[in-house]
Design a protein around this ligand. Structure first.
Ligand code: ZN
Ligand code: MN
Length: 257
């Protein structure tokens, strides 16, 4: 097959793909969501960021990037504003679990031995975990791949956090549509961010419990849980470096490459 630097398998032909996987590359699977991110960013932020990060990590460790799981678990009020907001579009947990379970089984069938899920949507994590766990149970007695599961924000170092949030860090849950996501989008997809449309409202004051059905008045009118006013491309570059190098080191170390 022709030499290629393409790492996203959705853009590879099957002959090239089959040749590349004979060398046992790591398969990175980005997982995102479709949800509102205020008036200043698109619905696909979580799937775009996880895909972009996976592609950059893939270059560092000679990995492949599998199809992005574009839609995730329902936005929850205390971490994503809530699925009641039109624009957000969530799968039931069983669907997320089933998709992740299928992905692991299918890549195991292809002979892949090392898989890493790169999560970009807070609410997905436990359901990806469950899908992987059930897939490994399905595969018992066959060759079982090693699977890593991570959320990208867990690779932002304490040093970066204190530099970027001089007034105190609000926590990753209320970062929805805030400084981190907006800065990362300014770094990777500046054309899709409209800083003039940011609604500079106080961070959401959410109670330490959930309500079903939700009380819509608890979510700020922007749909964002904290203000993106302090976001910048410079912050985005610092965050992106910290995240991509952190994920690269973790996968390289664990999968001894
Ligand atoms: Zn998001
Ligand atoms: Mn999200």
């Amino acid at each position: 097959p022709p030499m290629t630097h393409e790492r996203n398998i959705t853009r590879l032909d099957a002959f090239t793909y089959r040749k590349i996987i004979q060398d046992d590359p790591v398969m990175l699977i980005p997982v995102g969501a479709i949800e509102q991110h205020g008036p200043h960013m698109p619905l696909g932020v979580d799937m775009m960021l996880s895909t972009k990060m996976a592609e950059l990590v893939a270059e560092n460790i000679n990995a492949l990037v599998g199809p992005t799981i574009t839609t995730g678990y329902k936005s929850q009020q205390r971490s994503g504003g809530g699925n009641h907001i039109i624009g957000s579009f969530g799968f039931d947990a069983a669907t997320v679990i089933g998709i992740c379970r299928t992905f692991v089984r299918e890549f195991a069938r292809h002979g892949l031995k090392r898989i890493a899920f790169i999560n970009g949507h807070y609410e997905n994590y436990q359901f990806i975990y469950e899908g992987v766990d059930l897939a490994l149970r399905d595969l018992r007695g066959q060759s079982i791949p090693d699977v890593m599961l991570l959320s990208y924000w867990d690779f932002v170092t304490e040093e970066v956090i204190s530099g970027l949030y001089p007034d105190g860090f609000p926590g990753w849950d209320v970062e929805h549509g805030g400084v981190m996501e907006t800065s990362l989008m300014l770094e990777y997809f500046p054309d899709l961010v409209h800083m003039d449309r940011v609604m500079d409202l106080p961070a959401a004051a959410l109670p330490p419990y959930d309500l079903l059905p939700v009380d819509p008045t608890l979510t700020p009118e922007s749909g964002c849980l904290s203000s993106a006013k302090a976001a910048s491309a410079e912050k985005g570059a610092i965050l992106a470096d910290s995240i991509v190098s952190g994920i690269t080191d973790a996968i390289r170390g664990r999968f001894t490459m």
